[in-house]
Design a protein around this ligand. Structure first.
Ligand code: NG1
Ligand code: MG
Length: 502
């Protein structure tokens, strides 16, 4: 892959963004930088948030996902300052007060502290860890973010990726897109979340007008896929439930627990399939459902838009779904730690080490391996089918009915099998479908945050009105018009990360 050369884009290139508002924003950022640090920034690095159209909680299972980059983003204006100090400020200084570190302290991150600059340090460390180097230069940075925090649109990935772009330029490094994406995914683990790599990959590699089919295994690969062009065209409406789910405080019972359930599920499924030794030799760390599937069929990865290869995915995933039922069907109530340890013939303490509990503790009595595995394999199947419909050349209403149905099934699976929805997300999906959405589902980690809806352009206003009147007016009656427009908006695929120069 080519190295990630800095690119210069005009402001009008930010698809879907309000160009005038963006121009004002960049000018304000540069002016505030000058007022704060005494000179103009050298450059502005930008990385967008994302919305995941389909493929939830399966990036860390090694399966493909289908997100797109959006207009809301993080900007980092920066300039080297010829000292060994790193000074970082935020346009929202009331919420995120200025911080100052010496270059030598930048690798210290305390994940138990809720501190905004931790994400800045993550981005800093991500790049330098990747090249096994210490930082060498002081610099000043001013950040501005428009991705709502904790809303499921990946504010953290936008933040970390934009910081990485700034740091690599200051340090004179040039990582490839894939390296930046992987480094950012690794880096977020320093704040205590055992994250997958979807958000960072799409933030870096996003393409205007296309969603991305992102594969993680055996290597990171992003294929742009266009949504079918229909008349009227289709848009994605994003609706934030405004239920804030903080991944860091809920990780032991939510996000990190799901990661662990899929990891133990992979180990036990391998044993059920009689390939425990084979996967041990494959040396996959961590072992994912995708690795188990590949080893079971011992065939090369398939992912290209060739009919037979798509058919191959579908057949394999269907077989894995049947095996899942056989492997875990006896325990619909879930497994205790002792039961899982016994099934894997290890001591309970050893099991705890296998799932890295000292780094990412989890808290539950029962691990629902059946339901989590059923979600993972069926969701992967839906992602592959979604791409297949997009590339079928069909632009009729039926094709959008099919895409919408896959999104609706994904929501049902997230609610019932993966248990990562919440009543507010379920309600928003129901209201939107009634008002004309073809497909509605949660997007991102869930348990709150955002939902995404596939809506024909001529129904966008109806869907927005239904949600404004029946959801927001009911539960958030004092919401200002401005906050409502941040929570509820239509969007299209936008471009990925880039640099701007004055
Ligand atoms: P968000 O919505 O950003 O919390 C998280 C993970 C993704 C993916 C989704 C679920 C991080 C940074 N991101 O997204 O990798 O697993 O949940 O599909 O943890
Ligand atoms: Mg995040």
């Amino acid at each position: 892959m080519s190295s990630f050369a800095p690119t210069v884009h005009g402001l009008s290139d930010i698809y879907g963004a309000d160009v005038d508002a963006q121009a004002v924003r960049y000018a304000r950022l540069a002016a505030t930088f000058k007022a704060t640090f005494g000179s103009q920034p050298e450059f502005i690095a930008r990385a967008p948030g994302r919305v995941n159209i389909i493929g939830e909680h399966i990036d860390y299972c090694g399966f493909p996902v289908f997100p797109m980059a959006i207009a809301p983003d993080t900007l980092v204006a920066a300039r080297a300052n010829r000292s060994d100090l790193i000074r970082v400020s935020n346009m929202d200084g009331a919420k995120y007060p200025p911080r100052e570190f010496s270059v030598a302290d930048m690798f210290e991150i305390d994940p138990t502290k809720h501190e905004w600059s931790n994400y800045f340090k993550c981005g800093y460390r991500g790049v330098l860890d990747h090249v096994s180097r210490q930082g060498s230069k002081g610099f000043d940075a001013l950040l501005d973010g428009t991705v709502p925090a904790g809303g499921g649109l990946s504010s953290s990935a936008a933040f970390v990726c934009a910081t990485q772009l700034a740091v690599q330029r200051i340090e004179g490094l040039s990582l490839t897109q894939a390296e930046l994406a992987s480094a950012a995914a690794q880096a977020e683990r320093h704040v205590g979340v055992n994250a997958g790599g979807m958000d960072q990959a799409v933030s870096i590699m996003g393409q205007q007008d296309s969603a991305l089919f992102i594969e993680f295994h055996p290597t990171l690969k992003a294929t742009p896929v266009r949504l079918p062009e229909a008349d009227p065209p289709f848009a994605f409406v994003i609706a934030n439930t405004l239920v804030v789910s903080n991944k860091h405080t809920t990780a032991p019972t939510n996000y990190n627990l799901r990661v662990v359930e899929t990891r133990i599920g992979a180990l036990m499924l391998a044993k059920h399939l009689g390939i425990a030794e084979r996967v041990a030799c494959a040396n996959a760390d961590p072992l994912t459902f995708k690795v188990v599937m590949d080893e079971y069929f011992a065939k090369p990865n398939v992912g290209d838009s060739n009919d037979d290869e798509v058919q191959g995915w579908i057949e394999r995933l269907e077989i894995m779904l049947r095996e899942t039922e056989k492997a875990f069907g006896t325990h619909p109530q879930g497994y205790t730690r002792d039961e899982m340890a016994a099934a894997l013939s290890v001591a309970t303490a050893e099991l705890s080490a296998k799932i890295h509990e000292n780094q990412f503790p989890v808290c539950t009595d029962r691990f629902k391996l059946l339901q989590r595995a059923q979600h993972a394999f069926s969701e992967a199947l839906r992602v592959v089918k979604f791409r297949q419909v997009c590339e079928s050349g069909d632009t009729s209403d039926e094709c959008f009915v099919a895409l919408g149905a896959l999104m609706n099934q994904s929501q049902d699976s997230c609610r019932d099998l993966f248990e990562c929805s919440c009543p507010e997300l379920d309600e928003v999906c129901k209201l939107a479908r009634k008002a004309g959405s073809f497909g509605s589902r949660l997007t991102g980690a869930g348990w709150g945050g955002c939902s995404v809806h596939l809506v024909p352009a001529n129904k966008v206003d109806d869907v927005k009105k239904a949600l404004a009147d029946q959801y927001y007016a009911t539960y958030f009656s004092d919401l200002s018009t401005e906050r409502l427009s941040e929570a509820l908006f239509a969007t299209k695929p936008g471009r990925g990360a880039c640099y701007y120069f004055a």
